[in-house]
Design a binder for this molecule. Structure first.
Ligand code: GDG
Length: 467
């Protein structure tokens, strides 16, 4: 039985799992690999003057990691460039923020090739390889060119974009073709898979084959829907820890009987933060009698700060939060606590539990783990209400949340009021249904389903034409 080799852009296994880190992929993968005989391969986060072509092996809280250093030109073109200025905005339907720069595409290809060249000699015959996310779409093609015939799977953590937008990307066909070097390609939701299929069938003139297959570019790839989740027991334990409980008590006493609304998001334009604040402002305007009974805690760690569009939204959020507080605060109350910092995972669990309402309102999101964490942290006897964007992948499963259109401030305002006035019996009924979904999509199930399907893929012939 070979190893599971996980590959992602950054290897961000936290040295202390209870502390966690701000990023869905990092949390999911470290939870998925713990207690698994595996290897996690990717960028160390460090830069060097000259690429060494070697990986450093380390142990991080029981997970073996292989770390590659990149040159600063790689980081500019591949990571800050093609990944974060081209694919991320495009995949989140922000063509207005997408940069189409040839050098970025070249850097992207180069780093994928470099990753493949360093990893290939480390692969043993029975290993299976699981590549993650939009940074590394071409990597299997490069591994195949180096003669690797092992099973290789790919999972996309973001949405797949609509065909009409994807075709704005120069070389979009080449990018999609490289996905056909995998044996299995997985998405969070049926909707993202359907959009991928639509591109393959309509734009690339491919065919649907068998139950879950697509045939195109002279190859066949299996596809599937694998909704990611959280480490449910681990998260519940974090909330029950001494620090989790202390944080809960601290939040309860600092809110002084007001109802707490909570948002926890990386500072990213996909998360709908401006629209959320405007919706909350609308709620304050619509409900003067409820004003001083509520409080919004928005935890927003800075993210990708080297990218202009992230600096822009940061500035806009600072001024929006300041404006709303300036307009509505009173001497002993202010409507928003806006924090650009991270908390430990156990503290987050305590914060969620103290919140009567969880606000998860991205404009577009692959899944969204905060929605699941919020539910898992609730007190079963007195649970809070989840307000969830219909454009988060999580909405495909979590239909018992209050689903909203995050672009509409009126809808947000109404949903906040509905959540705050929801009777206990209804809150309990909804929470039970949502908690069942959270349990049914535990991160270990996601991992086992994907890895099981990858092992089960029937390899037809010699895998088709060489790349
Ligand atoms: C990508 C996709 C998909 C946030 N602030 C703090 C903190 N966090 C943690 C949260 C959560 C994670 O970061 C964020 O995960 P999300 O899923 O909400 O979002 P992305 O980072 O955009 O993740 C997303 C995910 O990948 C997995 O596939 O769901 O759609 O975009 O775990 O709790 N953690 C700590 N302190 C913070 O201040 N410790």
């Amino acid at each position: 039985m070979g190893r599971l080799i996980v590959v992602s852009n950054r290897v961000s296994a936290p040295t202390d799992p209870a502390a966690g880190s701000a990023g869905g992929l990092a949390m999911a993968l470290s939870a998925a690999l713990r207690k698994y005989d595996g290897l996690w391969f990717g960028w160390s986060g460090e830069t060097v003057d000259h690429f060494t072509g070697e990986a450093k092996i380390e142990d991080r809280a029981g997970v073996t990691v292989a770390l590659v250093d990149l040159e600063s030109q790689d980081v500019d073109e591949y990571y800050n460039g093609y990944a974060n200025k081209t694919l991320w905005p495009l995949f989140h339907h922000r063509v207005d923020l997408t940069t189409y720069e040839r050098s970025y595409g070249e850097g992207y290809e180069r780093v994928n090739r470099r990753f493949a060249e360093v990893l290939a000699p480390m692969i043993e015959p029975d290993d299976i390889i699981w590549v993650h996310d939009y940074h590394l779409i071409p990597m299997a093609r490069d591994l195949r060119r180096l003669g690797i015939t092992n099973r290789i799977g790919f999972f996309l953590h973001t949405p797949w974009p609509a065909r009409q937008l994807l075709v704005t990307l120069p070389h979009h066909r080449r990018l999609v073709e490289s996905l056909f070097a995998y044996d299995l390609v997985g998405f969070h939701t049926r909707e993202w898979l359907d959009l991928f299929t639509d591109y393959v069938v309509t734009e690339a003139r491919g065919d649907v084959t068998g139950e879950n297959g697509l045939e195109c570019f002279g190859r066949v790839v299996q596809t599937g829907v694998y909704p990611i989740g959280i480490d449910v027991e681990g998260f519940i334990a974090a909330g029950d820890s001494a620090l989790g409980r202390r944080t809960y008590d601290r939040m309860m006493s600092s809110t002084a009987f007001r109802s707490l609304l909570v948002g926890v998001d990386r500072l990213d334009y996909s998360k709908g933060l401006e629209q959320r604040l405007v919706g909350y402002e609308q709620f304050l305007a619509d409900n003067p009698d409820m004003r001083s009974q509520v409080l919004l805690l928005q935890v927003t760690p800075i993210s990708r700060d080297e990218v202009d569009s992230y600096q822009d939204i940061r500035g806009r959020l600072d001024s929006l939060a300041g404006r709303i507080n300036g307009a509505y605060a009173e001497m002993d109350w202010q409507p928003i606590r806006y924090l650009n910092r991270t908390y430990r995972r156990d503290q987050l669990a305590g914060i969620y539990r103290a919140a009567r309402v969880g606000l998860v309102t991205p404009l577009r999101d692959g899944m969204n783990l905060v929605a699941k964490e919020y539910v898992a942290a609730q007190d079963p006897a007195n649970p809070g209400v989840l307000i969830l964007s219909r454009f988060a992948g999580a909405a495909e499963q979590m239909g018992e949340a209050l689903l909203v259109n995050p672009f509409s401030r009126e809808e947000l305002s109404e949903a906040i009021k509905q959540a705050l006035t929801m009777p206990l019996a209804e809150r309990i009924r909804k929470w039970k249904a949502l908690m069942q979904v959270v349990r049914d999509t535990d991160v270990s199930i996601w991992r086992d389903d994907f890895v099981g399907a990858l092992k089960a893929v029937k390899i037809v012939g010699d895998g088709g034409a060489p790349f």
